[in-house]
Design a protein around this ligand. Structure first.
Ligand SMILES: [Zn+2]
Length: 417
């Protein structure tokens, strides 16, 4: 059987034919397959995609194809130039590659699919290619997917921010969190008013009007933009983000107290208690449980802060917004008397945002609080796996690829399941 028979079976092009294949011994053994235009076929202008009369032919170019038996495979083709009545002299467009890419689209999709399972560096190593080529492939897949994705019927949005570049800079991420469709919709640099306004401009007025629920944290610029651009939606403050803020307050109380105790020469009772105080009791390990029980016997500021935090968890168990509101008010009053400054600050914040907190009960059932938290973890994991993402562009592409649930074209032959 000839190589071209196989190629015709898995990837046939109407206006081109495969010629003979030959083995070439370079640094590695390579397989080169000649490609020629079908007799009497005209070339397609890359500017306007119409068939145009030929002008001349350029030197041969090699397009990398999916490797076979550990050999790199190249399609070898001399691109024609056309004399297009509209665009002038232009290089032709060919169906197996996009723009100036050295990789065939088939190989790029192949690499992009593997890049969902392995890190980009690993993909490059396994297939004997460069990190840069893997990046270009994923970029191609993301661009195609974003151009072809369906954006109708988005009714619930989650807005989140994450730190990158060692916490010096932030990204704003917008997720669709509808029951049947959860995905990353949009990424923007920074977390300013301008950032989120850009999202709404991209998303469009009509689609924004269809959004019924939005959940976000208490970050002021987000609150401002959401009130302006999605005024019809019920805006819910996210439990996950509120409890994360609460953890920070507890950390502060604990750190200050720990220092004060050490200065007074007391036994360091608070040593290695950070996770005991931050974790939910049901998530403690068997070894941690008795330690927490012991710690709770001390009349410590950290312990009082911990008890206030655990008490606030009951807020989300309520069904009626009225009684939840009563509970919240009582919690805030109690906390304001606690003499724990970080906790008092937290109570003041919750008071300010009381209506948005109570929206959680108006949206109940329509919104699951775990979704944004789950995405936040996945996004952080993607960033962590991604040493080598020094540029914003590479990181953006990686996040869309991992979390965007982007569509892919249908192929006659699947090279990678
Ligand atoms: Zn043209």
């Amino acid at each position: 059987m000839q190589v071209k028979t196989i190629l015709n079976r898995i990837q046939r092009h109407q206006s081109f034919v495969y010629g003979p294949a030959r083995l070439v011994q370079g640094a590695r053994l390579m397989l080169e397959v000649e490609v020629r235009p079908r007799a009497n076929s005209r070339a397609k202008c890359s500017g306007c995609a119409t068939l145009a009369p030929g002008y001349d032919t350029l030197p041969v170019r090699r397009f990398e194809f999916v490797p076979l038996w550990g050999m790199a495979v190249f399609l070898v083709y001399a691109m024609r130039r056309v004399s297009c009545p509209t665009c002038g002299v232009k290089v032709e467009s060919v169906p197996w590659a996009t723009g100036k890419h050295q990789l065939t689209d088939t190989y790029a999709w192949f690499l992009a699919r593997w890049a969902r399972r392995l890190s980009w560096k690993e993909v490059a190593e396994v297939f004997g290619t460069s990190w840069e080529k893997v990046f270009r492939s994923v970029e191609l897949a993301v661009e195609w997917g974003r151009a072809h994705q369906e954006l109708c019927g988005v009714t619930a949005l989650g807005i989140d921010e994450i730190a990158w570049q060692r916490g010096h800079r932030y990204l704003t991420l917008v997720y669709q969190i509808d029951e049947g469709c959860r995905r990353l919709l949009w990424i923007g640099q920074e977390r300013r008013v301008k950032t989120l306004l850009r999202f709404f401009r991209w998303f469009g007025k009509e689609r924004s009007a269809g959004v019924e629920f939005i959940c976000s944290d208490m970050w002021h610029p987000y609150l401002k933009v959401i009130a302006k651009k999605a005024s019809g939606a019920i805006h819910v403050l996210d439990r996950f983000h509120i409890m994360a803020k609460m953890s920070k307050a507890i950390d502060e109380v604990r750190a200050t107290e720990s220092k004060a105790l050490a200065a007074q020469g007391y036994e360091p009772v608070l040593k290695r208690t950070r996770w005991l105080l931050l974790k939910r009791p049901e998530n403690l390990t068997e070894a941690q449980e008795p330690k927490l029980a012991e710690l709770l016997q001390y009349n410590l500021r950290s312990v009082r802060a911990y008890l206030l935090k655990e008490d606030l968890q009951f807020f989300w168990e309520y069904v009626s917004p009225y009684w939840a509101g009563k509970f919240l008010d009582r919690w805030c009053t109690r906390t304001m008397r606690s003499k724990l400054e970080p906790m008092k600050k937290m109570a003041r914040t919750l008071r300010t945002h009381r209506p948005l907190l109570l929206n959680w009960f108006r949206a109940k059932g329509a919104m699951s609080s775990g979704v944004v938290e789950g995405f936040n973890n996945k996004a952080k994991l993607t960033l962590r796996k991604s040493y080598g993402f020094r540029t914003y562009r590479a990181m953006e592409i990686a996040l869309y690829h991992a979390l965007g649930a982007l569509p892919e074209p249908r192929f006659t032959h699947e090279f990678c399941g």
